[in-house]
Write a protein that binds this ligand. Structure first.
Ligand code: HEM
Length: 401
């Protein structure tokens, strides 16, 4: 298992496009003046969970009401639909409040985000699916939680459900009446609450975990940085044209998403600069190899390989390395493919330039990249290559072994 010292943190940070200036275990130093709240308690978000819903879901799990909740939620999909009446009263009342938008919401930005997502969807699916997906396997707490929770036993299904979140957030009408994101995000919030009650009862998780209760506010922010903040970094690094308002709107959609996932306002970054500063302090220093993450990475890369993307596994490996760097590629033992490496390094920047109409002549290998990106987008749109929507369901148990 690789040791993370300051030097390797810096190297990793540079590879991921983050500064990686902080060291593992450092105290919470990100200032709440940079948050949407503008001030805060200064409490470490690793010590903050989601007390109200955690208590409701613990009692639902203990009272054997999980099946009732899942049945009641199955047809609750669109933002316009009322909270299902067949839910237990506590949960129904909770959802009445939790599905409301925060008072700092900016509808202009949410609508612009919808338009931005429509224009950027291929890049975003690609970055979330390949970059963010594989990065999640080297976030030790996330890898261990995902592996030892019920869904870890069937990663194809789990990946499809997680894609549903990204897909619904990226939808043009995500927050509108006809969209689905408010519902999807709130379902996700209660799944996390159930997991906080269940996982501490798993002897397997207990044996490997370095925390008492999983999925803190701090953990959720880390996942945001491995997806949203990372996507912003990649788009900038690849010189994809974006206006300042586009960028702010893209962040705003994530700010509301974090609110829906139960992250306190004092931790939600107000600007991309603040988000990157937080990512430097919280994401890069904690990355590392785990046996659970290794297994998940293999399943995820295998999943992608099931879809015909017109490329080999070596090409996929090299693209992961191109986005996440060689240190992570080496941890996961991704075999090298020098030909693909050269094609990607030379061809990807030109592919973007041509796609964005910044150069007039179609580069060699344009079609190869295009098939790859579109294939991934299709897999994403089909929610993990299944043709049916995979409903998000509350787990009633942990992974048995
Ligand atoms: C479940 C998204 C953060 C661990 C889910 C689900 C979604 C989701 C959509 C429901 C799908 C399913 O049942 O598999 C997100 C998003 C996050 C986030 C968007 C942050 C931006 C985290 C973090 C952890 C985590 C930080 C752990 C450290 C889990 C686990 C499940 C789950 C264990 C339950 C899987 C099961 O059913 O067994 N998450 N998640 N998530 N998430 Fe998250």
């Amino acid at each position: 298992m690789p040791e993370l010292n300051r030097r390797s943190v810096l190297t990793l940070g540079a590879a991921l496009g983050f500064a990686g200036a902080a060291v593992p275990g450092a105290a919470w130093a990100w200032p709440s003046t940079g948050s949407v709240a503008g001030s805060g308690s200064g409490l470490d978000p690793q010590q903050v969970w989601d007390p109200q819903i955690d208590q409701i879901m613990a009692s639902i799990v203990d009272n054997g009401q999980v099946a009732q909740v899942n049945d009641a939620m199955r047809n609750w999909v669109h933002n316009w639909q009322p909270v299902p009446s067949a839910l237990p009263t506590d949960l129904k009342n909770y959802f009445q409040e939790s599905t409301k938008l925060p008072d700092w919401v900016d509808w202009w930005k949410l609508r612009r985000a919808g338009d931005f997502h429509r224009r950027m969807d291929s890049y975003l699916f690609f970055i979330y699916g390949v970059g963010g997906g594989i990065m999640s396997t080297v976030i030790p707490r996330e890898a261990k939680s995902v592996y030892w929770s019920k869904g870890g036993a069937d990663m194809q299904d789990r990946a499809a459900k997680t894609f549903a979140f990204g897909y619904d957030l990226t939808d043009k009408d995500a927050f509108e009446w006809s969209g689905e994101f408010k519902v999807t995000a709130n379902k996700t919030r209660i799944v996390h609450a159930a997991v906080r009650h269940l996982l501490p009862q798993s002897p397997h998780w207990q044996a490997v975990a370095d925390e008492q209760i999983p999925i803190s506010n701090g953990d959720i922010l880390v996942t945001f940085h491995s997806t949203g903040t990372f996507a912003h970094k990649m788009l900038k690094q690849w010189d994809v044209p974006m206006s300042d308002y586009d960028e702010a709107s893209f962040l705003h959609a994530w700010q509301v998403a974090l609110h829906y996932l139960g992250v306190q306002d004092e931790y939600i970054p107000a600007t991309w600069d603040e988000a990157h500063a937080q990512a430097d302090a919280t994401l890069t220093p904690i990355l590392g190899w785990t046996p659970e993450g290794q297994d998940l990475a293999e399943v995820l890369l295998g999943l992608t390989a099931q879809v015909d993307l017109g490329v080999t596994r070596g090409f996929l490996n090299e693209f992961v390395r191109y986005m996440l760097g060689d240190e992570i590629g080496d941890w996961l033992g991704l075999f090298r493919d020098e030909t693909s490496k050269k094609i990607i390094e030379e061809g990807w920047p030109l592919y973007i330039k041509f796609r964005e109409s910044l150069i007039p002549v179609m580069p060699t290998n344009f079609m190869l990249f295009d098939k790859f990106v579109k294939g991934l987008a299709m897999a994403f749109l089909n929610k993990g290559s299944s043709t049916q929507t995979t409903p998000i369901e509350v787990p009633d148990t942990n992974r048995p072994s």
